[in-house]
Design a binder for this molecule. Structure first.
Ligand SMILES: [Zn+2]
Length: 103
């Protein structure tokens, strides 16, 4: 197999690999969670999630484990909260999303 193809496949793998909670927590980042039903949103400290879900848990899949604390829906979108990284502030106060007891 050619070296070019090996490098191309390795680059595609890096692009396809979503960020892990451990890497987010190491930068002091937070996760922005948004309920798709009622638009309730909250930030969760990445370190707190890492303790619960483990450092290798993919950031985009955290939403599947969350339940909205406002309406109870499990339709929650998540992304790394880059604004909190820039401000290096602690997560905003308020009702956080609750981890749902789903497998
Ligand atoms: Zn909701």
């Amino acid at each position: 197999m050619s070296g070019f193809k090996d490098r191309f496949i390795a680059a595609q793998d890096r692009l396809a690999r979503p960020e892990r909670l451990g890497a987010l927590a190491a930068r002091g980042g937070a996760l922005l969670c948004w309920c798709n039903r009622c638009a309730h949103h909250a930030r969760i400290d990445g370190r707190q999630l890492t303790l619960t879900l483990g450092p290798e848990f993919p950031v985009p899949e955290v939403g599947a484990r969350l339940r909205c604390s406002n309406c109870g829906a499990k339709d929650v979108a998540t992304s790394a909260d880059f604004a909190s990284l820039a401000a290096s502030a602690s997560p905003a106060p308020g009702a956080p999303m609750a981890l749902a007891a789903t497998a």
